[in-house]
Ligand binder design. Sequence first.
Ligand SMILES: Cc1cc2nc3c(=O)[nH]c(=O)nc-3n(C[C@H](O)[C@H](O)[C@H](O)COP(=O)(O)OP(=O)(O)OC[C@H]3O[C@@H](n4cnc5c(N)ncnc54)[C@H](O)[C@@H]3O)c2cc1C
Length: 378
Amino acid sequence: MNAREQSQYDHIVIGGGAMGSATAWQLAKRGRSVLLLEQFTKDHVSGSSHGGTRIFRLGHEQKTYTTLGIAALDLWRELEAESNETLVELIGHVDHGPAEVVADIESNLKAQGLACERMSPEQANQRWPGITFDANVVYSPDGGRAHAQRTVDTLWRRTVELGGEIWDNTKVESVEIDGDFAIIETADQTLQTKSVVVSAGAWLPRLIGHHVSLRGHHVSLRPLHAVRAQPSHFAPRPGFDDIDMWPTFIHRGLSAQPEVENSWYGLWTPGEGVKVGSHLVHDELDLDNRSFEINRKFESALQEYVAQWYPGLDADKVTSTTCIYTNEPNEHFILDRKGPLTVCSPCSGHGFKYVPAIGNITADLAMGGTQSVKEWQF
Ligand SMILES: Cc1cc2nc3c(=O)[nH]c(=O)nc-3n(C[C@H](O)[C@H](O)[C@H](O)COP(=O)(O)OP(=O)(O)OC[C@H]3O[C@@H](n4cnc5c(N)ncnc54)[C@H](O)[C@@H]3O)c2cc1C
């Protein structure tokens, strides 16, 4: 047996954010030996998976993501059952905005036999008086809140309980593919495995580049663009401070205010207030000199938007935070494998709701599967 064949782990997963942790959990669950490597600690705030909450929803303009959400919900329940944690709460989700988008969401929900309700902005405002609604509204009772950091903590715990290994504070310096093997260099170790999963979030292109040569095949990754997003939490006004008064919500296609154009999302984060963020307003990101400073121009634009659309929130009582968004040009995911290399991308700013399903898909790929969904191929 040569030295390479002695590789100690069936799989090495690089990146202990939500996606890498879910992949490690799934591999450990299947009895594979797995090592998860994270450059920081479990609860670091420099990536995309920290903080209290994320929106969970089944409604989506594209059928692929409604179907993925349904698969994810089953796996969320499985993870909750085996960990005894509450990770997703179905408190309901509302989309409002232009007729075409709302109609697509409604028809995808209906096509899957899922409940949904169209209502006028006035009816919606009667039900959720803290929000002013745009012209078209669709409500899905199967949407809600996913607990972000709690999910990462749970996945790390379950991975270890199932026999996986996790090394935190271990930065991977390089990944080389040599025939059937991946060679992984950290500051003080060289590791070899027949299956490496790179789920390094915004650092993914830096680790493997945009073009990878494998056994004479040239793999070009679709470009990923990492930016610094800045959501804020707002205090509810007196009379609006009941958590049940707030569904999760997405307000699409607002174009009257160029500074705050396009899609806005939000939800109540227990203990922090109502989070509101923009899908499109962000700063360029310098991964080497990551700034956590709050961009006051974005914050005050957000305050203006909140003052106009959320009578239940005090726009002056605001606490902002920063987070990394990494998008593929069409906001799809990259989940694919070539030889010993599996790539699990940061999932374009809307991946959290699918975390256990993405772990499942990525584990399948790492165990030799192929990607049949065209949008997710390299
Ligand atoms: C502000 C914001 C709001 C969002 N809202 C929602 C939402 O409401 N609903 C939803 O579904 N999704 C949402 N998302 C998207 C979701 O959070 C992301 O898709 C998801 O967290 C990405 O996880 P990840 O594991 O790919 O990336 P990350 O969490 O960034 O994890 C990557 C990990 O790899 C590690 N790493 C990188 N390089 C190395 C290396 N060389 N060696 C070792 N480790 C390394 C990093 O330290 C990091 O921990 C939101 C994202 C943001 C930023």
